[in-house]
Design a protein around this ligand. Structure first.
Ligand code: NAD
Length: 506
């Protein structure tokens, strides 16, 4: 127990390699979404705090950018090792802060964050930042070098907080940059903890720094004169503001934004596989996954069988104490989001007039009527399936970011692909089929940056991810991901001792 008897330490500002006292106004309270009880009260960073963190990051950049690759790699691998050793403890923090089940955070968030750190440490340690050398002619060649950008700002969303922080900081630091990281104001608990782990691993002071607060402090950091690049994860509307602000300073940006992705179940799809994919694409993390496949296209002829099996399997969704290893479905992450998702459920039934297969706004989740009163105030919601949906319904067009699956039927594959693409989003898409040729044909036509064949949701360190259209700019992860954190320099070397000048005497 710490400040005011609350369970977590009120650490919200970290620079120069240690926790600092923030000087912002208006402390805010972080709640456990499963109970709506306070976890900690934090003081936000002021603009003065951000300036100091920026100075620290700028100073550290001079040395860190010159550290040899093997040494950088060694420090980052050490950090990955510490993260793995503390897996369950870090997963518990994520579960308390996001409400997402420990069965997820301990198996996905922490391991996949550590994987990305290890991936980029290994990549730069084994020549991944080497440029190209081209022999132009006998006495001239061109070489390219990959140079770090400088101080980079990372801004995170609330659904996968530590994982997002690692997916941004790993390639950023591996490429020789320094970072100012701002977590979502709803889920800040991991920030100072991660910074302390980096310090323990040997990262020099100022290389990874944490500020906290709402959008206005994020905006200040984005526009800051020291900021060379912004990597943002969040909603499309916020991303547009952030990209515009960064654009004014011609700063590099990576935008990982929202989606309304399509899962196409083909006529020959194994039904069990199709239903399992649809459930993972809609109910994992209580639907709070950017790449969710919320528009599920099912052939008309298979709709009835698909729905029977789906309803049957939904009994395996186990809502409960998020720390219970058997629980696989937690509450929504915060009260504001809870209201937003409930509004969509009402809209789906009342205005869109979609057929409700299960769940919906009138459903009373078991945790809200639990014998144990501590759960009753939590942001629990039942998994919901709407069927007989149409493309023009609001619930089919807009990102809900909750456990709401929409079934749409189709007659031909061409029609399904056309309708899957008829959206301004382009984050993810997937196809379930027994015909591998058909799978590749469909994937090649889908307008999305992340695609899956007979799978949904797996996002390993080796796989680059990023959205098309309104869903984003650039990619994270994989070998391509490092490019977002470097600037390339080309050098032409001429050894002939002569310039091919047009101004020679004739
Ligand atoms: P959000 O856009 O509300 O907030 C994201 C972050 O931006 C927060 O840290 C917030 O404080 C900050 N912010 C707000 N206004 C800002 C401004 N003007 N300048 C700088 N920073 C500002 O998003 P959210 O509700 O936290 O997250 C949910 C969204 O994130 C969903 O749309 C989801 O699809 C998306 N998401 C995308 C990915 C991806 O990889 N594509 C991953 C996770 C989440």
């Amino acid at each position: 127990m710490t400040l005011h008897g609350l369970p977590y330490k009120p650490e919200s500002l970290y620079y120069d390699g240690k926790v600092q006292a923030p000087s912002g106004e208006y402390p805010w309270t972080i709640e456990d979404p499963s109970t709506a009880q306070p976890l900690v009260q934090l003081i936000p960073s002021s603009t003065d705090d951000v300036d100091k963190a920026m100075d620290s990051a700028q100073k550290a950049f001079l040395d860190w950018s010159g550290t040899c690759y093997i040494e950088r790699s060694r420090i980052l691998r050490r950090a990955a090792e510490i993260i793995r050793k503390r897996n369950d403890e870090l997963a518990e923090v994520e579960t308390r802060n996001t409400g997402r089940p420990f069965s997820e955070t301990s198996a996905v968030d922490i391991p996949s964050g550590a994987d990305v750190l290890e991936f980029y440490a290994n990549l730069v340690g084994s020549g991944g930042l080497n440029g190209e050398t081209t022999r132009l002619r006998d006495d001239a060649w061109v070489y390219t070098t990959k140079e770090p950008l400088g101080v980079c700002v990372g801004i995170g969303a609330w659904n996968y907080p530590l994982q997002i922080a690692l997916w941004k900081s790993a390639p950023c630091l591996a490429a020789g940059n320094t970072m100012i990281y701002k977590p979502s104001e709803f889920t800040p608990l991991h920030g100072a903890e991660l910074a302390a782990i980096y310090t323990e691993a040997g990262l020099p002071p100022g290389v990874f720094n944490v500020i906290n607060g709402n959008g206005s402090i994020g905006d200040y950091a984005v526009r800051h004169e020291r900021t060379a690049k912004v990597s943002f994860t969040g909603q499309v509307s916020t991303g547009q503001k952030v990209a515009s602000a960064a654009g004014l300073g011609t700063k590099y940006t990576t935008m990982e934004l929202g989606g309304k992705s399509a899962l196409i179940v083909c006529g020959d799809a194994p039904l069990e596989l199709a239903v399992d994919a649809a459930m993972m694409a809609n109910f994992y993390s209580t639907g709070q996954v950017c790449a969710n496949g919320t528009r599920v296209f099912v052939p008309e002829s298979r709709k009835a069988a698909f729905e029977v099996l789906l309803l049957n399997k939904m009994q395996f969704i186990r809502m409960g104490d998020p720390m219970d290893p058997a629980t696989n479905f937690g509450p929504l992450a915060n009260g504001i989001h809870f209201e937003k998702v409930r509004d969509y459920l009402v809209h789906g039934s009342v205005h869109d007039k979609a057929t409700l297969l299960c769940g919906g706004s009138d459903a009373q989740p078991a945790m809200r009527t639990s014998d144990d009163p501590k759960w009753r105030e939590g942001f629990w919601i039942d998994p919901t399936v709407f069927t007989d949906c149409h493309d023009d319904m609001k619930i089919v067009q807009e990102e809900i970011f909750g456990p709401v699956l929409c079934i749409l039927t189709y007659k031909t594959i061409e029609e399904a692909v056309k309708r899957a693409n008829a959206t301004n989003f382009g984050l993810a898409a997937g196809v379930i089929t027994s015909d591998i040729n058909q799978a590749h044909r469909i994937v090649s036509q889908l307008q999305a940056g992340i695609t899956w064949i007979n799978s949904w949701g797996e996002s390993p360190a080796e796989m680059s991810v990023g959205g098309w259209k309104l869903s984003g700019l650039g990619v994270e992860n994989g070998q391509l991901g490092i490019e977002a954190w470097v600037q390339n320099k080309s050098t032409l070397v001429d050894m002939s001792g002569q310039i091919a000048t047009v101004f020679a005497e004739t």
